[in-house]
Design a protein around this ligand. Structure first.
Ligand code: 5GP
Length: 123
Protein backbone atom coordinates (compact mmCIF):
# COMPACT_ATOMS: atom_id res chain seq x y z
CA UNK A 1 0.00 0.00 0.00
CA UNK A 2 1.22 3.50 -0.86
CA UNK A 3 2.17 5.38 2.30
CA UNK A 4 2.55 8.78 0.65
CA UNK A 5 0.88 11.24 3.01
CA UNK A 6 -1.73 13.56 1.53
CA UNK A 7 -1.71 16.69 3.70
CA UNK A 8 -5.10 18.03 2.60
CA UNK A 9 -6.99 15.21 4.34
CA UNK A 10 -9.57 16.25 6.91
CA UNK A 11 -7.58 15.11 9.95
CA UNK A 12 -4.50 17.01 8.78
CA UNK A 13 -6.74 20.08 8.64
CA UNK A 14 -7.99 19.37 12.18
CA UNK A 15 -4.39 19.05 13.40
CA UNK A 16 -3.51 22.40 11.79
CA UNK A 17 -6.53 24.00 13.47
CA UNK A 18 -8.24 24.74 10.14
CA UNK A 19 -11.33 22.72 11.13
CA UNK A 20 -12.80 22.61 14.66
CA UNK A 21 -13.06 19.43 16.66
CA UNK A 22 -14.51 18.29 19.98
CA UNK A 23 -11.27 17.35 21.71
CA UNK A 24 -11.36 14.53 24.24
CA UNK A 25 -7.62 14.34 24.89
CA UNK A 26 -4.47 15.97 23.58
CA UNK A 27 -0.99 14.69 24.33
CA UNK A 28 2.45 15.50 22.95
CA UNK A 29 2.06 13.19 19.96
CA UNK A 30 -1.66 12.38 19.78
CA UNK A 31 -5.10 13.96 19.53
CA UNK A 32 -8.48 12.41 20.33
CA UNK A 33 -11.82 13.92 19.36
CA UNK A 34 -15.44 12.88 18.97
CA UNK A 35 -16.43 11.41 15.62
CA UNK A 36 -18.67 13.84 13.71
CA UNK A 37 -21.04 11.00 12.78
CA UNK A 38 -21.09 8.70 15.83
CA UNK A 39 -21.97 5.05 15.31
CA UNK A 40 -22.29 4.30 19.04
CA UNK A 41 -23.05 6.35 22.18
CA UNK A 42 -19.30 6.73 22.59
CA UNK A 43 -17.33 7.15 19.35
CA UNK A 44 -13.96 8.83 19.67
CA UNK A 45 -11.18 8.98 17.09
CA UNK A 46 -7.56 8.87 18.25
CA UNK A 47 -4.91 10.05 15.79
CA UNK A 48 -1.17 10.53 15.94
CA UNK A 49 -0.02 14.10 15.21
CA UNK A 50 2.59 12.80 12.78
CA UNK A 51 1.91 12.19 9.06
CA UNK A 52 1.08 8.49 9.10
CA UNK A 53 -1.42 7.02 6.67
CA UNK A 54 -2.40 3.82 8.44
CA UNK A 55 -1.42 1.50 11.26
CA UNK A 56 1.31 -0.50 9.51
CA UNK A 57 2.87 2.75 8.26
CA UNK A 58 2.84 4.13 11.82
CA UNK A 59 4.24 0.93 13.33
CA UNK A 60 7.11 0.92 10.83
CA UNK A 61 7.95 4.63 10.69
CA UNK A 62 6.97 6.29 13.98
CA UNK A 63 9.39 6.77 16.85
CA UNK A 64 9.13 4.73 20.02
CA UNK A 65 7.97 7.89 21.81
CA UNK A 66 5.14 8.42 19.31
CA UNK A 67 4.06 4.79 19.52
CA UNK A 68 4.07 4.80 23.33
CA UNK A 69 2.20 8.11 23.45
CA UNK A 70 -0.44 6.93 20.96
CA UNK A 71 -0.96 3.58 22.68
CA UNK A 72 -1.39 5.28 26.04
CA UNK A 73 -3.70 7.88 24.52
CA UNK A 74 -6.00 5.15 23.19
CA UNK A 75 -6.13 3.57 26.64
CA UNK A 76 -6.79 6.90 28.34
CA UNK A 77 -9.59 7.67 25.87
CA UNK A 78 -11.26 4.38 26.78
CA UNK A 79 -11.37 5.62 30.35
CA UNK A 80 -12.36 9.22 29.47
CA UNK A 81 -15.15 8.01 27.16
CA UNK A 82 -16.53 5.91 30.01
CA UNK A 83 -16.30 2.59 28.18
CA UNK A 84 -13.40 0.92 29.98
CA UNK A 85 -15.64 -0.76 32.55
CA UNK A 86 -18.27 -2.31 30.28
CA UNK A 87 -16.17 -2.87 27.18
CA UNK A 88 -15.45 -1.29 23.83
CA UNK A 89 -14.15 -1.95 20.35
CA UNK A 90 -11.10 -0.47 18.66
CA UNK A 91 -11.14 -0.26 14.86
CA UNK A 92 -8.37 0.98 12.57
CA UNK A 93 -9.50 0.81 8.96
CA UNK A 94 -6.74 0.80 6.34
CA UNK A 95 -6.70 1.10 2.60
CA UNK A 96 -9.10 -0.22 0.01
CA UNK A 97 -10.17 -3.47 1.64
CA UNK A 98 -10.37 -1.84 5.06
CA UNK A 99 -12.60 0.87 3.55
CA UNK A 100 -10.57 3.71 5.01
CA UNK A 101 -12.12 7.08 4.17
CA UNK A 102 -9.60 9.45 5.77
CA UNK A 103 -5.96 8.68 4.87
CA UNK A 104 -4.49 9.63 8.27
CA UNK A 105 -4.19 6.83 10.85
CA UNK A 106 -7.08 6.86 13.28
CA UNK A 107 -8.31 4.37 15.84
CA UNK A 108 -12.04 4.40 16.43
CA UNK A 109 -12.95 3.87 20.11
CA UNK A 110 -16.55 2.63 20.17
CA UNK A 111 -18.77 1.69 23.10
CA UNK A 112 -21.70 2.58 25.28
CA UNK A 113 -23.91 -0.20 23.92
CA UNK A 114 -23.65 -3.84 22.86
CA UNK A 115 -21.86 -3.59 19.54
CA UNK A 116 -22.75 -6.95 18.04
CA UNK A 117 -20.41 -9.38 16.32
CA UNK A 118 -17.45 -7.88 14.53
CA UNK A 119 -17.85 -9.36 11.03
CA UNK A 120 -19.81 -12.07 9.27
CA UNK A 121 -17.94 -15.39 9.01
CA UNK A 122 -16.31 -16.20 5.67
CA UNK A 123 -18.49 -18.88 4.07
P1 5GP B 1 -12.73 5.71 8.31
O1 5GP B 1 -13.85 5.25 7.43
O2 5GP B 1 -11.66 6.43 7.52
O3 5GP B 1 -12.19 4.62 9.18
O4 5GP B 1 -13.37 6.74 9.33
C1 5GP B 1 -13.37 8.11 9.16
C2 5GP B 1 -14.21 8.70 10.27
O5 5GP B 1 -14.00 10.09 10.30
C3 5GP B 1 -15.73 8.50 10.09
O6 5GP B 1 -16.24 7.79 11.22
C4 5GP B 1 -16.27 9.91 9.98
O7 5GP B 1 -17.52 10.06 10.60
C5 5GP B 1 -15.19 10.73 10.63
N1 5GP B 1 -15.08 12.10 10.14
C6 5GP B 1 -15.05 12.51 8.85
N2 5GP B 1 -14.92 13.83 8.77
C7 5GP B 1 -14.86 14.29 10.04
C8 5GP B 1 -14.72 15.59 10.61
O8 5GP B 1 -14.62 16.61 9.93
N3 5GP B 1 -14.67 15.67 11.97
C9 5GP B 1 -14.79 14.57 12.76
N4 5GP B 1 -14.74 14.76 14.08
N5 5GP B 1 -14.92 13.32 12.27
C10 5GP B 1 -14.95 13.19 10.92
Amino acid sequence: MDHTYEDQNIFAKILRGEIPNATVLETEHSLAFNDISPQAPAHVLVIPKGPYVCFDHFAAAASDAEIADFTRAVGEVCRLAGVAADGYRLIANAGRDGVQDVPHLHVHVLGGRRLGRMLSPVS
